[in-house]
Design a binder for this molecule. Structure first.
Ligand SMILES: [Zn+2]
Ligand SMILES: [Zn+2]
Length: 346
């Protein structure tokens, strides 16, 4: 283990634990402007797919590269750094990640993080912005096309966002979000191919829309598919699942059962499983050059104990001990009092 990684998982406070809320019927109010925007993106993206036949290779490669940059902004930045404080970053890395995130049209970092903290804290209740119990389409993208449930607004105000609202980099992004988003999401990725290798502007623009649509759906799948299909090796009593294949497209975010159980792990995935986890590779590299530090992780021992206590028995990475007595005895006899206490909080 690298010296800059701490196996340090802060225990959730009692009041931070998700609470079951009785759900009442809710009448959706559709936000038509958002429906139109999504419709435009999808039509433009499909046209971009068709234009790929006429595109120059550098345009395709540039969009793959730009997809990864946006992915780093969302996964390494908005998700792991700012939502979960899974590691700390120096100013140049914060600025880079903020700019990368601005290329994804996923709202400002501060708004994204408030929704995401709500999702973890009130998972699958009415206060969860993309509550997976409201159906696949709702949790995928439907929630972005209707007005918020009153509980999301009410309980969202109880989320402590002071660490982010006092961050000057994020404050700057919030203030100029519209300009940053239009420039980095739509203009820059269309202008680069146009100026540097004389791609047609129409082709460059529409392939860029295609990139945006694919990226958006991959992100949406974490909230929909990864709350419905797949294994639950760490906690079978919650909806989040493991979909390794999704991780390839989501730069390492497909291990969602693990992530909901250990949200402070900077890898959002199991120890040693960094294949396809490009965001972890970026953070490791940044730690190596000194721009990222205080990386938080979970000990293998803790992971195995959690698997034995509440997992569904799936052992994707061959971690469970072969000794049946140990498995069926839940290994409690070998657990420290501190570990036992920690498990009660998850
Ligand atoms: Zn989730
Ligand atoms: Zn998360």
């Amino acid at each position: 283990m690298a010296p800059n990684i701490k196996e340090d998982i802060p225990l959730p406070k009692e009041e931070d634990k998700p609470s079951a809320v009785e759900k009442k019927p809710w009448n959706y109010q559709i936000v038509y402007i958002n429906v139109l925007i999504f419709a435009y993106w999808h039509i433009g993206g499909l046209y971009g797919l068709y234009l790929c036949l006429d595109a120059k290779w550098p345009t395709i490669l540039f969009n793959v590269f730009y997809y990864i940059l946006g992915g780093w902004g969302v996964t390494a930045g908005t998700h792991r750094l700012w939502s979960h404080r899974a590691y700390k970053a120096k100013l140049p890395l914060e600025i880079l990640l903020m700019l990368f995130q601005s290329s994804t049209a996923q709202t400002s970092v501060i708004h994204w993080c408030r929704d995401h903290r709500c999702h973890h804290k009130f998972c699958d209740t009415d206060a969860d912005p993309h509550d997976s119990t409201k159906g696949m389409f709702f949790s995928h993208m439907g929630w972005l096309m209707v007005r918020r449930h009153p509980d999301v607004i009410k309980k969202g105000k109880t989320i402590d966002m002071s660490d982010l609202t006092s961050n000057p980099v994020l404050h700057f992004q919030l203030k100029y979000y519209v300009y940053l988003s239009v420039f980095f999401t739509f203009l820059l990725p269309a202008l680069v191919p146009y100026y540097f290798w004389a791609e047609s502007f129409t082709i460059a623009y529409h392939i860029s829309l295609l990139r945006l649509v694919i990226f958006s759906h991959v992100t949406f799948c974490i909230n929909s598919a990864a709350h419905k299909y797949g294994y639950k090796p760490y906690d079978k009593n919650i909806t989040p699942t493991q979909i390794p294949a999704l991780s390839f497209a989501a730069l390492g975010e497909g291990y969602h059962n693990y992530h909901h159980v250990f949200p402070y792990d900077y890898k959002t995935a199991e120890l040693g499983n960094n294949f396809m986890n490009l965001a972890t590779n970026l953070i490791d590299f940044m730690a190596w050059i000194g721009w990222a530090y205080d990386l938080k992780s979970v000990s293998e021992d803790m992971v195995v104990k959690k698997m034995m206590k509440t997992g569904d028995g799936t052992d994707l990475w061959g971690r469970l001990p072969e000794n049946d007595d140990y498995i069926w005895g839940w290994g409690d006899q070998d657990m420290s009092e501190e570990d036992k206490k920690a498990l009660l909080h998850f």
